[in-house]
Design a protein. Structure first.
Length: 291
């Protein structure tokens, strides 16, 4: 064996010794570490053979002291910063929502299991009566209502029918709910503010659930003369001031417009044509138009 081969063999033996020394150091460190702890593998310095510990990966700054808050300001444990709803955690609680059955859309199925919504307990008769009473008082405070309107509102709030009937009966006894008085007030208000005729007012009272006899009694407040004067006032207001009423075609167009407007207010076609002719004639006389 020549000198170069001997030097190469000595270099290989030295490197093998360095590797064995690094392995021994790693095993000694693992033996001293407590049970269950992980010891990172040592990195061997190829030049000196000394073993140095591997660098630990640093967590990002945003991951330190990370807490997950729920809806009430409580914090999750510091050692569980990654818990999310649906992965072992309860998730954030919702504020302002009462437990109850959610509305089910068409074709949807109620969720089963832990995700199913909580059902509200049925109201006791006393609770249902108190709730119905509060709803009726709020409705009457805003404006007068018929019994039919209040029944509809209570049904929308899912008040039991027996509790709703008991409350409304009591309110009728003390005359806080009075369909006859409501009909009189309705006719008086709508005829003055909207210039509605008896026909339109009768339809509106029927929609409010007023009985036909009570509606007829309320409509007696309006006479035929009252209707005629109201129709004339409307026609004078709606007649187009810039229209050339000397032209027959323009007069016919204005007549159709006025009759249609009065019909929408509940006036009969015969009354509409009569009033339109009178108002157009008055306007032509005031302007001095020829016949």
């Amino acid at each position: 064996m020549d000198t170069s081969q001997q030097e190469t063999l000595a270099e290989l033996k030295q490197r093998l010794a360095d590797i064995k020394a690094g392995t021994a150091a790693t095993e000694a460190a693992g033996a001293q570490a407590p049970a269950g702890s992980a010891v990172p593998p040592a990195q061997v310095d190829g030049g000196t053979g000394a073993a140095k510990p591997a660098r630990r990966r640093k967590l990002p700054a945003s991951a330190k002291n990370t807490f997950k808050e729920d809806g009430f300001g409580e914090e999750a444990p510091a050692d569980e910063p990654w818990t999310e709803a649906g992965e072992g955690g309860t998730g954030p609680k919702q504020r302002g929502k009462k437990p109850g059955r959610r509305r089910q859309g068409w074709g949807q199925q109620e969720p089963q299991g832990p995700d199913a919504p909580e059902e509200t307990e049925p109201l006791t008769p006393e609770e249902a009566y108190a709730e119905a009473k509060a709803i009726v008082l709020r409705q009457l405070t805003a404006s007068p209502k018929s019994r039919r309107q209040l029944e509809t509102k209570l049904a929308e709030r899912e008040i039991p029918s027996d509790a709703a009937a008991a409350v409304l009966d009591r309110f009728e006894e003390v005359q806080l709910v009075d369909d006859a008085e409501f009909a009189r007030l309705w006719v008086r208000s709508r005829s003055q503010s909207k210039s509605l005729a008896r026909g339109a007012l009768q339809r509106e009272l029927a929609e409010k659930g007023i009985a036909p006899d009570l509606a007829a009694e309320a409509l007696e407040q309006l006479s035929a003369d009252d209707e005629l004067e109201a129709a004339r006032a409307l026609a004078r207001k709606k007649l187009q001031a810039s229209a050339d009423l000397s032209d027959r075609a323009v007069r016919d167009k204005q007549t159709r417009r006025l009759v249609g407007m009065l019909a929408r207010k509940g006036y009969s076609p015969s009354l509409g044509f009569r009033v339109a002719a009178e108002v157009i004639s008055e306007a032509r006389d005031a302007r001095g138009d020829s016949v």
